[in-house]
Ligand binder design. Structure first.
Ligand code: ZN
Ligand code: ZN
Length: 347
């Protein structure tokens, strides 16, 4: 027994010495770095034979939470890759999730608040560099052309520099500008043999139009709310869906924040926090509405305020039935076709 303990101690000491050499010598650092680079560069995108949904951003603008990017949901199948909203910091999550940017089919925008569109130029560039075969399609209701035209104009010089530097064979100029595609809320926005993306009106006054989306793929379905109160139109469109990602506002967190800010006589914070109450869904209303609509799994995202730690997360869902998921960046949901199963992967 004593001999075994001595052997383990010797092995641990040798491992510690090797690790110290790797970290502190230039040749050790070079060797270690090359191995890590090889592992990262040779890793193919993860694949899954079914409908995969990844949270690439779970925050709202309210709350300063470094662990959460702003609104973004990725939907990936063997044949498709779509993003639904691309808020600030979401490209970092998309890269961390190793999503297949070279085959990005398009971006669906729910409305034109900055926390849903800010990363469009970065997503456009990342997919262009990685070989996207056509201009990036950006779908939205009336107004999307203004958003896309504006970004295209602002980034025209950048695109020119990059093509001049890397060559038109790598960055074809005709695939650089994004292409806006306008639809009427309620339209089927995109469709092929296996997938259908349907839009529906939501309630986010005074923002009009504001829409959500339902994705159906080989018998499985996911609904993405964008920003809205608990809306009849959404629950009608979400009837029987497997997964609902819904924005959610917690008075349990917001009310004390308003009270403290008011007592401190802060000029801006309490007013903004009061204003947002009327255009996001109160989280306490969502589980019952979801159950009535026959939705299997409710996932909260675009949380107002974005909970910064587990204490705030517990308060966010206080009083809610078990099973409601507080979404986290990089949380992944796999829906195999021909089944009711929802496999949830932790971030
Ligand atoms: Zn928002
Ligand atoms: Zn909004």
């Amino acid at each position: 027994m004593k001999k075994v303990a001595i052997a383990i101690a010797i092995i641990a000491a040798i491992a510690a010495a090797v690790f110290a050499w790797l970290m502190n010598s230039t040749s050790g650092q070079d060797a270690l770095f090359k191995r890590v680079v090889h592992a990262v560069m040779s890793r193919p995108p993860d694949t899954f034979d079914g409908l995969r949904v990844v949270i690439c951003g779970s925050a709202s603008p309210l709350g300063n939470v470094p662990d959460r990017a702003q609104a973004c949901i990725a939907v990936v199948t063997p044949e498709h890759f779509f993003l639904f909203d691309v808020g600030a910091r979401s490209p970092m999550r998309i890269a961390q999730a190793n999503l297949p940017m070279g085959r990005l089919n398009g971006v669906f925008i729910t409305h034109f608040h900055s926390d849903h569109i800010a990363a469009l130029p970065d997503v456009n560039l990342a997919s262009w560099v990685q070989g996207r075969g056509a201009p990036l399609a950006v779908f939205g209701a009336e107004g999307i052309d203004r958003v896309v035209d504006g970004f295209n104009l602002a980034y025209a010089l950048d695109r020119g520099y990059r093509t001049a530097h890397h060559g038109a064979d790598m960055l074809p100029p005709d695939r650089g500008p994004m292409q806006a595609s306008t639809f009427q809320p309620g339209d089927i926005v995109w469709q092929d043999d296996n997938m259908r993306v349907t839009s529906f009106v939501v309630e986010h006054p005074p923002i009009e139009p504001a829409v959500g989306y339902r994705v159906d793929y080989r018998g499985r379905s996911v609904v993405i709310s964008g920003d809205t109160n608990a809306a009849d139109t959404l629950f009608a469109a979400a009837e029987g869906a497997d997964l609902l990602f819904h924005d959610a506002l917690s008075r349990t967190l917001l009310d004390p924040m308003i009270e403290v800010g008011t007592n401190l006589q802060l000029a801006v914070g309490p007013r903004i926090m009061r204003d947002v109450i009327d255009y996001h869904a109160d989280v306490t209303t969502l589980p019952e509405r979801s159950a009535e609509a026959g939705i299997t799994q409710l996932v909260l995202y675009h949380m107002v305020p974005a909970p910064p730690n587990s204490l705030a997360e517990r308060m966010f869902i206080r009083g809610l039935p078990e099973g409601v998921i507080v979404g986290a960046d990089l949380q992944t949901f796999d829906l195999p076709p021909g089944s009711d199963e929802i496999v949830v992967h932790a971030p």
